[in-house]
Design a protein around this ligand. Sequence first.
Ligand code: HEM
Length: 418
Amino acid sequence: MSIAATVQPLYPTGVADLNDLDLFMNGQPHEAFRNLREQAPVFWNPEADGPGYWVITKYEDIVQISKQPKLFSNAVGGHYISYDSMGITDPEAQTAFLAMLLAMDPPDHNVHRRLIAPAFNPSIVKQFEIGVRKKVRELLDAIAAKGECDFVTEVATPLPLWTLSELLGVPEEDRADVIQWSNEALALLDPDYFANPAAGQHVFVKMFDYGKKMMAMRRENPADDLLSVMANTKIDGVGLPQATLDGFFVLMVLAGNETTRNTIAGGLRALTEFPEQRRKLLADRSLIPNAVEEMLRYVSAIIYMRRTATADTEIRGQKIAKGDKVVMWYGGANFDADVFADPYQFDVTRANARDHLAFGIGQHFCIGSQVARMQIRVMYEEILNRFPDIHAKGTYRYLRSNHLSGLKSMPVAFTAEG
Ligand code: HEM
């Protein structure tokens, strides 16, 4: 039996159960995370339908765990607390999630990561910037005369969708489907989307069928895109297994869309709630890259990632047993006062903003980080030029999820162009 299972769950003051998805419906549960960091930085959270897991909320602990991929594995059990916690019941989907890059350990992980790494190198990202700026300008043109819009659906969603589609090679006519799948696959437990998770499992079937169809086309006619790379890759003369290809497609669609969208949207929420920070940015645009880092920290779009201990070990003196789930809560660590002074203050001039863990760290550090940073930067360069007074009107609706901090809608207002 796991050592952990013998520990009596004793919630520190004010700490709610992190399995409770409703806790995340107003954004990060800051109070719960603060209490955990201060009173129980390595805390055993029981699960009603699982063995329970360790909750890690201190910055330094997450760094240490992430840098030991053999001791804290992704391949054993994947990166979600459990499939139930995400509402993923389709067996084919579970297999694909366990076959994706995020569920690999070295040396497999290094081999597979190298396959897609060239698509993310700095010169490619730089080339993309021209198209990204053009797309941002189109999006802003479309809202300019209105003076108000839903920032999430009209501005923050279409940009990463465009970028990701270009990178992968998804044609224009299929992009509406891709965003629909992306929205739904992470919202299986949100009643705004599905009455119950079973009703949503078809989304995975649709994604896999589409990925298969596209990759078959790229085998016939390879193009200069990531779908062609994956479709035509051979390791020791053999093509990649179907589950790995399915997993690749799902990972790219989810990781590339949702996270960037939510950081762009959450960034505007922060600029609305901290007007003096907006004034600083308007007075000195050279602060925008640092503001992007602060948005990444402040939003922490991916709230947690899981690892599994492959041997008995200790974290901060707490015994961790082989097989225990260890869950790293970036949404907590990015507000660790030992690293970020006055952490709840959104501060575009924060000297160490770039030290955030929003992209993780170590072996699985986000491969799309430069593409994401570039998109958020270009978005804010353009918005602040054109609609310097754009602000959220105060009704935020978040996804019912403890994994992804996702704004579903955010009405905004601004001075319309005449
Ligand atoms: C603001 C935007 C983004 C955030 C906050 C974000 C966050 C993350 C995090 C936390 C991880 C896992 C780190 C770990 O487990 O140690 C990750 C991995 C990953 N991300 Fe991102 N991401 C973003 C944008 C993107 C984009 C734009 C793409 C692709 C176009 C992308 C593709 C990936 C992939 C493929 C992985 C898996 C890497 C691996 O396992 O080696 N991400 N991301």
